[in-house]
Design a protein around this ligand. Structure first.
Ligand SMILES: NC(=O)c1ccc[n+]([C@@H]2O[C@H](COP(=O)([O-])OP(=O)(O)OC[C@H]3O[C@@H](n4cnc5c(N)ncnc54)[C@H](O)[C@@H]3O)[C@@H](O)[C@H]2O)c1
Length: 341
């Protein structure tokens, strides 16, 4: 079956969603919607999409897509999901972060369950070839038991943080952390569209004592030589028999103890972003067919989001938080108010 899709939002990120349709046979992109006419026409012209709308409800009514991409700022998530479900959409591809606070995440879960929507959250790196290769190295225990993980990124915890936490959970086989300890300072850092602390240091402990130290900070050392803040994303795994690493736009590899040299492969953002987005989008067709659950399904994404909210609670209270934890909505806003002063 060939599914029909439409995209809400024609900002910079949506262009990658559009480019990913080249060579994708299972889904046909039929229409675009943006209330900004200039952006709508620029994308429509560039990607050859003639069915264009300024109003989501009108697009849904006329186009009747099976899949809707929601590529809007993070405050705009629930209403488009609800309207889409009411119009018969079955699959939602929604950008990260899935929410800005626990109340919004709860509403999204409720809508998805109530309407039987299949929701995939766009932390697309699970579909990058190099991430899957590294995961195989870890799954095959080439470096033994993972003991420590160090992660560095520069965009704030609601901007690059969802990618960081999602990949961490992916690499660890979707284990849930059992506790979190975090410190926060400053506000926003590089990303003003995603209200969150500028700098966070987070320690997650996973079953079997696996410890992950995350430095998600505007002032992090990052990857030497990278100029764009969002290019700074790197993982180091220390195992009982070796180490492995992944840097977003440089290299990945592993070094088994006793071997003369590490195995090293190149990573390239330019060669990963669109192909990864294509495989992510293709996986929605497989999910709708009932062939395979999407790796970035809502449950998995909410597990990552809850880990982030746990870090907010820890930073707010100064305490180690056992996970899973119920994080009151006010906590998030209290922490942000405190850091804004
Ligand atoms: N996955 C990734 O690698 C990645 C990379 C960059 C950004 N993002 C995420 O993508 C999302 C969008 O980012 P962006 O920079 O493209 O945002 P943006 O704000 O530049 O663009 C969003 C567009 O949506 C339109 N829009 C919003 N609400 C609308 C509505 N109700 N009806 C019609 N049009 C509407 C706006 O007019 C705007 O053109 C953010 O959540 C961001 O975090 C993800």
């Amino acid at each position: 079956m060939i599914y029909k899709s439409a995209i809400l939002g024609c900002g910079p990120r949506a262009e990658i969603h559009m480019q990913a349709y080249k060579g994708l046979d299972e889904i046909r992109l039929g229409a675009l919607c943006d209330m900004n006419r200039e952006r709508l026409d620029a994308c429509g012209d560039k990607y050859g999409i003639n069915r264009r709308y300024a109003d989501l409800q009108e697009m849904l009514k006329r186009e009747k897509p099976d899949i809707l991409h929601i590529v809007t700022p993070p405050a705009i998530r629930e209403e488009p999901m609800l309207l889409a479900a009411q119009a018969g959409v079955r699959g939602i591809i929604v950008e990260k972060p899935i929410a800005l606070d626990p109340a919004q995440a709860g509403d999204i879960r409720y809508i998805a369950e109530l309407k039987g929507l299949k929701v995939a959250v766009n932390t697309q790196r699970r579909y990058f070839a190099t991430c899957r290769q590294l995961k195989k190295v870890l799954d095959d225990r080439l470096i033994g038991d993972i003991q420590w993980v160090r992660i560095v990124t520069k965009g704030n915890i609601l901007s690059m943080g969802p990618h960081m936490v999602d990949l961490l959970l992916f690499f660890l086989g979707d284990l849930s952390p059992v506790s979190v300890w975090a410190a926060a300072s400053g506000m926003n850092g590089y990303d003003y569209g995603h209200p969150a602390p500028a700098d966070m240091l987070i320690r997650y402990i996973f079953p079997d004592g696996i410890t992950a130290y995350c430095e998600d900070a505007a002032g992090a050392v990052g990857t030497i030589g990278e100029e764009d803040f969002w290019q700074h994303l790197e993982f180091d795994f220390w195992g009982s028999r070796g180490r492995a690493w992944w840097r977003q736009n440089s290299d990945w590899g592993y070094h088994i103890e006793g071997e003369a040299a590490p195995v090293v492969e190149t990573t390239s953002w330019a060669r990963s972003d669109v192909p990864g987005q294509r495989e992510f989008t293709r996986a929605m067709a497989a999910w709708l067919d009932g062939r395979e659950v999407h790796l970035n399904n809502l449950e998995t994404a909410l597990q990552g989001f809850e880990a982030i909210m746990g870090a907010f609670l820890s930073a707010c209270t100064g305490q180690v938080i056992d996970l899973p934890a119920t994080v009151p909505n006010e906590t998030i806003h209290k922490l942000i108010e405190k850091l804004e002063q």
